[in-house]
Design a binder for this molecule. Structure first.
Ligand code: SAM
Length: 328
């Protein structure tokens, strides 16, 4: 069984728990993002995805450099299904998790009863690290885990080394990949800009932006493990002198406006922060926002249009959307 799509979450756990609970569901590939959203709402701290029978090649799942032709998702599994595992803190009640998920099986198109297993954290770390391997994230950028060498197929592309630690931002989730893709296009046209990355996680978007032509980057995150991971990843890539990482929300960023504001946050947070994010965009600049399900797009665009930003570009895949919003 091959795996892909491993992603850590927005953990606020300062130390690792003694055990994790692995809640597994089999679901149709095309419908899995609804289940992803549900598992995060239920309290999942991370997700892994197993594709029965799928052999992901050396180049990873990315197939094309053309923005409109490009998909950060793994190719479909031969049988059209994936096994999605939600990772919950061991302090949760396993029976309750199974019951809550079981109650939504029909709506979420889960096939077969969900199962749950208690796992020690070291096993979990080893398991997901094994499946996190080098891949091309955007036309000009490869992601390479810190414990691997860059593959020859990376050629002349920029290489960003990432160790996600306990933070969200491996690049394997559509929302991160779509943000990076939109950022790549924007920086190719206008290099030398400063990027503000709100909810920086591992720092992947800000650091990728620096490799692709941004002059400086500022990352803010309310999660201490994310701040630690971003600082460590900046050092790993010799980018610390151009990347300021701060603990906190939008207000933690140095005063002023930025040509590019990244915000890969969930829809309710995007809506809540719309005015604050709009207030940080320089004239002629843009917010690149994701973390929203496509069915939440209208509510998010309404919130931004109320503060003077309109959608000028978008990438969508299955149920997720990433938007470029610019002053009207
Ligand atoms: C979905 S992750 C995005 C991580 C990374 N930027 C990426 O695109 O993969 C969202 C991040 O936002 C952080 N976060 C949540 N609420 C926040 C807030 N109000 N202000 C700043 N960061 C926040 C979380 O801790 C998490 O690291």
């Amino acid at each position: 069984m091959a795996s892909s799509g491993t992603e850590n979450s927005t953990s606020d756990v300062g130390t690792e728990p003694d055990t994790w609970l692995a809640l597994r569901c089999r679901v149709s590939e095309a419908k899995k993002d609804l289940l992803v959203s549900f598992l995060f709402d239920l309290g999942s701290r991370g997700l892994t995805e197993d594709h029965p029978g799928l052999d992901v090649g050396d180049d990873g799942p990315l197939v094309s450099g053309d923005p409109k032709d490009w998909s950060p998702d793994a190719p479909p599994s031969p049988d059209g299904h994936v096994v999605l595992t939600g990772w919950f803190l061991g302090s949760n009640d396993p029976e309750q998790l199974v019951a809550d998920t079981g109650a939504r099986m029909e709506e979420l198109l889960i096939e077969g009863a969900p199962t749950i297993e208690r796992v020690v954290p070291t096993d979990w770390n080893a398991a997901w690290k094994k499946d996190y391997t080098a891949f091309r994230l955007s036309p000009r950028l490869w992601i390479v885990p810190t414990w691997e060498d860059a593959p020859a197929s990376a050629g002349n592309a920029e290489v960003l080394r990432i160790d996600p630690g306990m933070a969200f931002g491996t690049g394997t989730h559509f929302t991160t990949a779509a943000c990076m893709r939109l950022l790549d296009v924007r920086l190719a046209a206008h290099p030398g800009q400063t990027v503000l990355d709100v909810g920086t996680g591992t720092g992947l978007l800000a650091l990728g932006g620096l490799l692709l032509g941004a002059d400086r980057a500022v990352g803010v995150d309310t999660s201490p493990p994310a701040v630690d991971a971003a600082i460590e990843n900046a050092a790993q890539n010799n980018l610390a002198d151009r990347f300021d990482v701060l603990l906190g929300g939008v207000d933690a960023a140095p005063a002023g406006r930025y040509p590019i504001v990244m915000a890969n946050l969930l829809a309710p947070l995007l809506i809540k922060l719309a005015a604050q994010l709009a207030g940080r965009v320089a004239p002629g600049g843009a917010v690149i926002a994701s973390g929203l399900l496509t069915r939440q797009e209208q509510a998010v665009t309404d919130a931004f249009s109320a503060v003077g930003l309109v959608v000028t570009d978008a990438l969508r895949n299955h149920d997720w959307s990433a938007l470029v919003l610019e002053p009207a």
